[in-house]
Design a binder for this molecule. Structure first.
Ligand code: PMP
Ligand code: GLN
Length: 380
């Protein structure tokens, strides 16, 4: 054996931990966020079509232009803004690779990056591998509202980036127009880059609207937004995503993207380009998932797990304090082992342990599975 020194903490993502436990205990997996139903047949047929149509060699590094144009049209339709498909959009191997490339592109050794916790688990390792320093701002439940003055106080000349995520995983909260204005006020006249993780842009409920950074031209000038086809089209295993940002920032991102993946899967890119021509494919998602959110809350009626209002994403938090004093990780493990339902505890999304009693359940499931989970969880 040779000697080496590791560059990264020896942790396994909570998503893998809970999914593995779920398989081991033959449980219902409401932990890791993925649908238990298939993507649209029409999309699968398009993928097959382009696979057979010889779209099997490298795509352009920034992505197939057909797909970038279709995304620019979608952005125009959703947010009423023009972005240039040639210079402002890059297709990536899922949102995760976009996040990694963007963070690597801008964060130098010693630079500080503000993250809002509970924060998606891939941000911290990407920042630390770039030599950056994580500056966490912790949200308190059950409101999980941001105090922008506190964020402002965390900013210094060392702050290179602020990472935001709306709709927010795991809390299901969304940013308001006022949140966006506060953020814009904090970063304008600074060199801070905003990395806006918007993978759940189409999963937003009760008539609310997604406050994309793309809607705020001044903010967009110093931002990059990240999206995932996995979330939007029920195909998390394809690992297809994209990022959007002004040309001078995207230029830098593409330099990194070309060396860590060069280009994303080509035949799926062509299939997505054609599929996106019909806006029906994403315009009805909110209604579709809102029903599932309500269905899960209904089947949990009468249980001692109390739902926390979910405004977006396909995750619903529950407060289990009436059931147990265990820590959230212990409780989630007990729930899968003794009660047959896997969930995600919140503490792995925080830098410092919180004594919160929340677990996250994913409702991207068919009614049959949600019914079964409800029966098991009402007995808790
Ligand atoms: N950001 C957030 C907030 C997520 O929940 C996820 C998981 N989909 C990702 C990024 C990564 O997305 P992808 O699977 O496309 O890499
Ligand atoms: N984004 C998914 C979630 O929050 C998981 C992604 C992963 O497993 N890495 O559940």
């Amino acid at each position: 054996m040779i000697q080496y020194s590791s560059k990264i903490a020896d942790t396994t993502s909570i998503f893998s931990v809970m999914s593995n436990l779920s398989v081991e205990h033959n449980a219902i997996n409401l932990g890791q966020g993925f649908p238990n139903f298939d993507c649209d047949d029409k999309l699968k047929q398009l993928v097959t079509k382009y696979l057979n149509d010889n779209k099997n060699q490298y795509a352009a590094s920034a992505g197939a232009i057909e797909l970038r144009k279709a995304i620019a049209d979608k952005i125009n339709l959703c947010y009423n803004v023009e972005v240039d498909p040639i210079s402002e959009i890059t297709i990536t191997a899922g949102a995760t690779q976009a996040l990694f490339s963007i963070i690597n592109a801008f964060v130098h050794s010693g630079d500080e990056v503000i993250i809002i916790e509970p924060a998606y688990d891939s941000y911290r390792p990407a920042i630390e591998l770039s030599g950056g320093v994580v500056v966490p701002y912790a949200l308190d439940g059950p409101e999980f509202r941001i105090d922008w003055d506190a964020i402002k106080n965390l900013c210094s000349h060392k702050t290179k980036m602020i990472i935001i995520n709306t709709p927010h995983n795991p809390t299901g909260k969304i940013f308001s127009h006022e949140d966006m204005q506060s953020l814009q006020g904090i970063v304008s006249d600074t060199n801070i880059i905003v990395l806006s993780d918007e993978v759940y842009e189409h999963l937003i409920y009760d008539g609310r609207h997604h406050q994309s950074v793309l809607r705020y031209p001044r903010l967009y000038e110093q931002s990059i937004c990240v999206y995932s086809f996995g979330k939007t089209f029920h195909a998390t295993g394809w690992k297809m995503g994209y990022c959007v940002g002004p040309e001078y920032l995207m230029h830098e991102v593409r330099k990194h993207h070309q060396w860590n993946v060069f280009s994303a899967n080509s035949f799926i890119q062509h299939a997505l380009a054609e599929y996106l021509l019909d806006p029906e494919s994403y315009m009805n998602l909110s209604r579709f998932y809102e029903k599932k959110r309500d269905y899960l809350v209904d089947v949990m009626g009468g249980s001692r797990l109390q739902p926390i209002a979910c405004e977006g994403t396909y995750f619903q938090l529950f407060d289990y304090s009436q059931v147990s004093d265990l820590t959230d990780i212990e409780f989630a493990k007990k729930m899968v082992m003794d009660h047959g339902v896997a969930s995600i505890p919140l503490s792995p999304f925080y830098s410092e342990a919180k004594n919160y009693k929340y677990i996250r359940l994913c409702f991207a499931k068919n009614e049959e599975l949600l019914d079964k989970a409800g029966v098991l969880l009402r007995n808790l």
